[in-house]
Design a protein around this ligand. Structure first.
Ligand SMILES: Cc1cc2nc3c(=O)[nH]c(=O)nc-3n(C[C@H](O)[C@H](O)[C@H](O)COP(=O)(O)OP(=O)(O)OC[C@H]3O[C@@H](n4cnc5c(N)ncnc54)[C@H](O)[C@@H]3O)c2cc1C
Length: 292
């Protein structure tokens, strides 16, 4: 099938992007096109105008400082994956991006486009939530930050108004004495995950578990962060019962079944992936505390 006819605009500034979006009802931003173009080709979307971001200067930078990592709207998945400074300040970025699709799609698709697409199966929506991140949104009334909780409304649905463009996403730095891990189960490498998990474990100065957080892919309608601390709080890191944390996670999630997996299978995967990733993240955090 071919897309329904559409007009094409290639503005040269964020202001011009907003002018087209405000003037044309049914206009859609085009970034990497790796999600939007398949939707057009299947006629699941038929925007009147595509507003191409790719010639807008200044949107392709990854900025890293002690506070976190800011990813511009035209940074490709591959660019973020290869950014060692970003991985040092927030290791979940590289760990998650390595699981996004295949190299060809990572070369073109953007991290911000993934977030704006709001797919609960996507890795970067989940990482935005797990890190407590936000996006910067430009609209005719100005620029504002929108936190992840206020951004995701439903599957493929955000709270953004029609005449708005996300100019960057911000991922806060990993806290001290913390480790991360990320794992997923997919039918084939590069496919969307049947279920995936990202976790952060934070220890205190005596190597006891202080905080445990997890976020999942393909579980629930919007990204969620689950606090699993109570299951292992205060345990010396070597003795922490990660199976207990996995069991708690299974009670907190509400997966749906679909043609890829039943709800029960997804719940089982949540428990297994939680237990495994927490053990890895805790080992990483413990090594940092030892090295302090
Ligand atoms: C075969 C295949 C496998 C894939 N596997 C995975 C996977 O495993 N995990 C995963 O996360 N993704 C996967 N993807 C999707 C891929 O990661 C896309 O890059 C991503 O979802 C969208 O980014 P994009 O830049 O291509 O956005 P586009 O396709 O250009 O846009 C997607 C949506 O976001 C909106 N949008 C984009 N940028 C902005 C912006 N700056 N401001 C406002 N709205 C914006 C568009 O209007 C559109 O509605 C896969 C895609 C394909 C084709």
């Amino acid at each position: 099938m071919k897309p329904a006819p559409f007009r094409y605009a290639d503005p040269r500034s964020v202001g011009e992007v907003l002018e087209v979006l405000a003037a044309e009802e049914g206009a859609k931003v085009l970034a990497g096109g790796q999600s939007l173009l398949p939707l057009l080709s299947m006629r699941l979307a038929a925007p009147a105008v595509l507003v191409d971001l790719n010639r807008v200067p200044g949107l392709d930078a990854v900025e890293v400082d002690g506070e976190g990592v800011r990813v511009g709207a035209l940074v490709r998945h591959a660019g973020l994956l290869g950014d060692h400074d970003a991985a040092r300040v927030q290791p979940l970025l590289a760990r998650a991006t390595a699981n996004v699709a295949h190299p060809a799609i990572r070369n073109r698709g953007t991290t911000v486009g993934s977030i704006a697409h709001a797919d609960p199966a996507g890795e970067m929506t989940s990482v935005l939530a797990l890190t407590g991140g936000s996006v910067t949104v430009a609209s005719p009334s100005g620029e504002r930050a929108v936190g992840w909780r206020d951004l995701f409304v439903g599957p493929l649905e955000t709270s953004l108004p029609g005449a708005a463009v996300v100019t960057s996403a911000f991922f806060p730095a990993l806290p001290p004495r913390s480790g991360t891990a990320f794992a997923e189960v997919a039918r084939r490498k590069g496919d969307y995950a049947v279920c995936g998990a990202g976790v952060v474990v934070t220890l205190d100065e005596d190597r006891r578990v202080a905080a445990v957080r997890a976020s999942y892919m393909s579980v629930g309608l919007v990204p969620e962060v689950h606090d699993l601390t109570e299951s292992v709080a205060g345990s010396p890191v070597e003795k922490a019962d990660w199976a207990a944390a996995g069991a708690l996670a299974r009670t907190l999630v509400e997966p749906d079944g679909d043609l890829h997996a039943s709800a029960d299978y997804r719940r089982l995967l949540v428990g297994v992936l939680t237990e495994r990733t927490l053990a890895d993240a805790a080992a990483e955090a413990a090594a940092k505390v030892t090295g302090e």
